[in-house]
Ligand binder design. Structure first.
Ligand code: FES
Length: 221
């Protein structure tokens, strides 16, 4: 959505990103929990892949649920099938699999009598919040990977501040994984919108001043 994301997406094969910093934060708390259901939406489909693989290697029964607006938006399906025990497809428009979102698929599992020891949800803030609200009454812990706005990524600027269980945390060093049922989602949504105006103001400069999309040159005076 923002300028920097557009610049990254505009890169072509063979182009370069000047600096990459990472990995940041804490690794997923890997353990043999029993049955773990992972839900990925949008970029989260890719994000759950290494976690599913590691959970499977740790001896868990791994259920993956992948969500997209429509059937043509899925990716990495075969890779995911190779690392999980069950794969469920959900689409918002019903063009493939169950109609709905990850949250409905998670609720279906529990209502069908399946014992799930942990849910994991990775995707946009809205999707993770929907999963948190739907699974709250089920009594199953939920891990979410928060995507608050980050600037330095090393715990110094405070941009990524989130409230979890009434405590202030920095997503870049304390996260990204937090208890989804304890996150202050209203605050996170508000803070994620903090630079909406600046992002909009940045776009015309990019379009007007930089034919490469802004990744490798300065806007014209
Ligand atoms: Fe600056 Fe987390 S991004 S403290």
């Amino acid at each position: 959505m923002g300028r920097s994301t557009r610049e990254v997406v505009a890169l072509k094969k063979g182009d370069c990103i000047e600096h990459v910093v990472g990995p940041l934060g804490l690794p997923y708390p890997l353990a043999n929990l029993g049955t773990v259901a992972l839900g990925g939406g949008c970029y989260g489909i890719g994000a759950i892949y290494p976690i599913a693989r590691a959970l499977k290697q740790a001896g868990n029964h791994v259920i993956c649920v992948v969500e997209a607006s429509s059937s043509y938006l899925f990716y990495m399906e075969e890779q995911l099938r190779g690392v999980c025990d069950e794969l469920t497809i959900v689409t918002k428009d019903g063009t493939r699999g169950r109609k709905g979102g990850v949250q409905e698929a998670f609720v279906d599992l529990v209502q069908a009598g399946r014992k799930v020891d942990q849910f994991v949800a990775i995707g946009c803030t809205f999707m993770m919040r929907m999963v948190a609200e739907a699974t709250r009454p089920l009594g199953v812990p939920l891990k979410v990977a928060l995507n608050s706005i980050m600037v330095d990524g090393t715990g110094m600027c405070g941009a990524c501040r989130v409230s979890v269980g009434g405590k202030t945390k920095f997503a870049c060093v304390d996260g990204p994984f937090f208890d989804g049922h304890a996150v202050d989602w209203d605050e996170l949504g508000y803070r994620r919108a903090a630079y909406v105006n600046e992002e909009i103001e940045a776009l015309p400069q990019e379009a007007a001043g930089c034919p490469s999309g802004g990744a490798t040159c300065s806007p014209k005076a």
